[in-house]
Design a protein around this ligand. Structure first.
Ligand code: NAP
Length: 230
């Protein structure tokens, strides 16, 4: 597809790691319209500059969203609609996560609820917003809903059980979407990172993960790619 016919990429949960690297990789493959969302506006502006440094022609917007505030998500996404204007939504990356230890059984119920809000309810709210737009783009574009995860979705780590529980639920949601929308022309897939993201890791570095995300998007076949260090 010619780069000038690409639609927009929206990254929900942008940050200096996977989020901004995926956006930068997609921009270098012709996605010129990029919208980044997370909670910290000044940090988001750094992510935007990171993309512009590689693709000066990229049109990058940043918008605030707090996925922990479920009732505020529709109004945040309405701002994305405004920013999109006439540009079709082509790809969504759901990448937001609250990462940290959660000790069995001291971890308060409210904290588990908060994790579920961000990673499952928040993801579903973005899915509800995105899917009709992605379906509308299928004749002229290659629409996709992508989500980052970790191998803990299938192999939980007790010390981060709350994150593991949420990743299992999120994976299940995207698996359902993969089954339902594949035939309807919208690819839904998971980028599963099986280790800590760090520059010095041969596979689990943000640049390589972004390249693998692009390859998954281009092939539009398997449910997921799993990235692990040797
Ligand atoms: N980092 C790792 O070692 C690792 C390992 C395996 C899997 N993963 C997965 O990779 C993804 C994240 O990639 P990354 O770790 O490289 O992070 P990243 O892309 O650098 O940033 C993710 C961003 O999510 C945002 N976020 C967190 N809570 C949010 C909320 N309530 N509402 C909106 N945005 C929120 C944060 O920005 P604000 O704080 O500004 O909101 C954060 O900068 C997650 O799916 C994670 O589970 C990471």
């Amino acid at each position: 597809m010619a780069s000038d016919t690409r639609g927009a990429l929206v990254v929900v949960g942008s940050g200096p790691g996977i989020g901004s690297h995926v956006a930068r990789t997609f921009s270098s493959h012709g996605f010129k319209r990029i919208i980044l969302l997370s909670r910290d506006p000044s940090r988001l502006e750094k992510d935007a500059q990171f993309i512009r440094n590689k693709t000066p022609s990229a049109n990058v917007s940043t918008l605030p969203i707090d996925l922990a505030n479920t009732s505020g998500i529709p109004s945040a996404l309405a701002q994305v609609d405004k920013a999109l204007g006439d540009t079709p939504l082509e790809v969504v990356l759901f990448n937001a996560a609250r990462v940290g230890p959660s000790t069995l059984v001291e971890w308060p119920m409210e904290e588990l609820e908060l994790d579920i809000k961000i990673k499952i309810t928040g993801c579903y709210a973005v899915v509800q917003w995105a899917v009709p737009k992605l379906l509308a783009a299928k004749k002229s574009h290659k629409p996709a809903f992508l989500c980052t995860s970790g191998s803990i979705y299938k192999e939980p780590i007790p010390e981060v059980f709350s994150l593991s529980v949420c990743k299992a639920g999120q994976h299940n949601l995207v698996h359902s979407m993969h089954k339902k929308y594949k035939e309807e022309g919208v690819y839904c897939g998971m980028v599963v990172v099986g280790g800590v993201v760090a520059d010095e890791h041969p596979e689990c570095n943000a640049e390589n993960i972004a390249n693998k995300t692009w390859a998954l998007y281009e092939s539009r076949d398997d449910l997921q790619v799993e990235i692990v260090d040797p």
